[in-house]
Design a protein around this ligand. Structure first.
Ligand SMILES: Nc1ncnc2c1ncn2[C@@H]1O[C@H](COP(=O)(O)OP(=O)(O)OP(=O)(O)O)[C@@H](O)[C@H]1O
Ligand SMILES: [Mg+2]
Length: 164
């Protein structure tokens, strides 16, 4: 069983590279947090251009995803193979719910199955568009565009070994 310490933390990044590094650190913490019995879900909330996909790109790199992650807006979701022996995760699913209106829009694509599958790590951009679908143990990330290249990240329910 995964045991999460309830934790809240804030980080400010000053560039797209720093945001990608933050994503990489969160993925590393998830991978080293022990074997999963359910899928792992990370939600990314923040206005257009706040850095959700940049964070997801860094996250994917740490999972050993070799393909370049693009914003899946037009296909809603994209699944990639994970290349790591560190955990039992085998797939990374990147969802962009921006164009959806309700959780059923995602459910009919079969996405609920990913959330419960212990081999799948999911990043869900725009969870507000599909309210009610996020599992209770999801890691929630809230991003705020401060000025220019500054972005504030607030993490809820991150693994206890994600030290920020
Ligand atoms: N600190 C920062 N972190 C992330 N991106 C930054 C930062 N500073 C500037 N940027 C720029 O902001 C943009 C973020 O784009 P990104 O696609 O990651 O956002 P998004 O939240 O996924 O947007 P959307 O809601 O349209 O999918 C990029 O153009 C990036 O270069
Ligand atoms: Mg995006």
């Amino acid at each position: 069983m995964l045991v999460f310490k309830q934790m809240e933390g804030t980080v400010i990044t000053n560039s797209v590279e720093e945001t990608a590094t933050l994503g990489r650190e969160l993925a590393k913490a998830i991978l080293s947090d022990g074997l999963s019995t359910r899928g792992k879900v990370v939600t990314l909330s923040g206005e257009l251009g706040s850095g959700k996909t940049s964070f997801a790109q860094g996250f994917a790199v740490a999972l050993g995803v070799t393909e370049k992650i693009k914003s899946p807006t037009f296909v809603i979701f994209q699944t990639y193979a994970i290349n790591t022996s560190q955990n039992n995760f085998k797939y990374f699913t990147h969802i962009d719910a921006y164009r959806l209106e309700k959780k059923e829009d995602l459910e009919k694509l079969g996405v609920g199955g990913f959330f419960s599958d212990p081999e799948v790590i999911t990043i869900l951009e725009w969870p507000e568009m599909v309210l009610g679908i996020t599992p209770r143990d999801a890691i929630e990330v809230f991003i705020k565009h401060l000025e220019r290249d500054e972005r504030e990240f607030i993490f809820k329910n991150a693994p206890s070994n994600f030290s920020i």
